[in-house]
Design a protein around this ligand. Structure first.
Ligand code: UDX
Length: 426
């Protein structure tokens, strides 16, 4: 059991702290946001993550998980301090290390000697050295330990990871970090910091590449009359390709892929390589938003002027309430620009928030937003949409256009009730 400090209580920090406490460590989580800490001390978890509230309750009850305001209070007797603060995208696409620097400088003055600083935030290659400079503590080692958590399955991804990556030139520090994961059954790769940081970006960039490939392939399928569902089924039997992560959609989004793919372009450029291929992956994704908007326009009869569009789904994927860089918001903005009136529903969005254009009317349920709509477009793959009765929707809508960007609705059932169904790649 080790005394650990977690700096930052967002979905990475809170998941990391709660899971490390579950593994038996003594964990103190710190944040600069007093309100957030007050809520957490009440046992309320402010983010939607399956199983996280149970782990937080377990940790609070056992005393193995505590919350304080300010990093300095968390590190007074810790053996390792995890940096889990935001690393947002700067205006020029680079990674903003402001929060990392502020946290490191706050830790520098209070950490005990021989503490290990564990960098879990996604930072550009070379940042471990940067954090060492911020700390100016020769008696403190900095280790890269990138996270591979998906929103909506962060707890499972932490406790049952495909791998644990540790980047450090200090073998003892690396071994100390590896020992914290005792009880987690996964291969541990210890490498140098630059390689560990590169693995993180490479993983997200490759996953985004796989998605842009399948979205581009869906466009080919539409052109040649193939069904992308069967095509990716046939693809996935090749064990080198696999069936996972080949679901076409409105494009990829979220708080990581857009930020990390742009960051990797700049990191490559700083290393003297023009990563054009990755630029293409990003361009295909941007194009997907326009392709979806064009499908909606065609479904509305060739124009969106004075047309009403019902939107099902606002979050960047099902299973989360996060709308950061959501493809749904990108598509909605294109529809608004083309003159459409947009009414949107999402099970996790009960009021206007986080990036929704103020012209969008946010509705209370899937049917309410369909009233007098010319077209219905599905942008997020929430299960509840598949359970809505097409008969009820048809009775409410004034048009019959349906664009299913997640291919989740029963095409025959909806077509059978008079809808003109448009999917992605089929
Ligand atoms: C991602 C990585 O998966 C995770 O390892 C990393 O640590 C953080 O970024 P996350 O952003 O939570 O996780 O979402 P993910 O589930 O990977 O989906 C990313 C985007 O791809 C979403 O917009 C999702 O809708 C889309 N997607 C995913 C598809 O369109 N099709 C798929 O088959 C899978």
């Amino acid at each position: 059991m080790a005394h650990l400090a977690i700096i930052g209580t967002g979905y990475v920090g809170l998941t990391t702290g709660a899971c490390l406490a579950h593994l038996g460590h003594d964990v103190v989580c710190a944040d600069i946001d007093e309100e957030k800490i007050a809520v957490l001390l009440q046992g309320e978890v402010p983010i939607v993550e399956e199983g996280l509230d149970d782990l937080v309750a377990e940790g609070l009850a056992s005393g193995g998980l505590r919350f304080v305001v300010g990093a300095a209070k968390a590190v007074s007797d810790c053996e390792a301090a995890f940096l889990c603060v935001p690393t947002p995208q700067g205006d020029d696409g680079s990674v903003d290390l402001t929060y990392i620097e502020a946290a490191a400088r706050e830790l520098a003055g209070t950490m005990p000697s021989e503490t290990v600083v564990v960098n879990k935030s996604t930072v550009p290659v070379g940042s471990t050295r940067v954090v060492e400079r911020f700390l100016e503590r020769s008696d403190v080692a900095v280790v890269s330990n990138p996270e591979f958590l998906r929103e909506g399955s962060a707890v499972r991804d932490f406790l049952e990871p495909d791998r644990i990556i540790i980047g450090s030139d200090d073998q003892d520090a690396a071994n100390r970090v590896a020992s914290l994961y005792e009880g987690v059954d996964a291969p541990i790769l210890i490498t140098d910091p630059a390689s560990a940081e590169t693995i993180k970006y490479a993983a997200n960039a490759f996953l985004a590449t796989k998605l842009s490939f399948v979205n581009a392939l869906a466009a080919v399928c539409e052109g040649v009359g193939a069904d992308v569902g069967d095509v990716v089924m046939g693809l996935g039997y090749d064990r080198r390709i696999g069936h996972q992560y080949l679901q076409p959609g409105p494009g990829w989004g979220g708080s990581c892929f857009p930020k990390d793919t742009s960051a990797l372009l700049r990191i490559a450029e700083s290393g003297g390589y023009d990563f054009q291929f990755l630029g293409g992956v990003i361009a295909v994704n941007e194009e997907q938003f326009s392709r979806v908007a064009e499908k909606v326009c065609q479904a509305a009869g060739g124009t969106l002027t004075e047309r009403t569009v019902a939107v099902w789904g606002l979050t960047f994927k099902a299973g989360t309430d996060d709308m950061r860089d959501s493809p749904a918001l990108s598509v909605i903005n294109l529809l608004l620009s083309a003159g459409a009136t947009v009414r949107a529903y999402d099970p996790t969005v009960t009021s206007h928030r986080g990036g929704i254009d103020e012209r969008v009317e946010v509705g209370p349920d899937p049917l309410a937003v369909c009233r007098n709509a010319d077209v219905l477009v599905v942008l997020t793959e929430w299960d509840e949409f598949g359970a809505v009765d097409p008969v009820e929707v048809a009775a409410l809508m004034s048009g019959s256009g349906l664009v299913d960007t997640r291919n989740i609705l029963d095409r025959d059932a909806w077509t059978g009730h008079g809808f003109e169904y448009t999917g992605i790649g089929r």
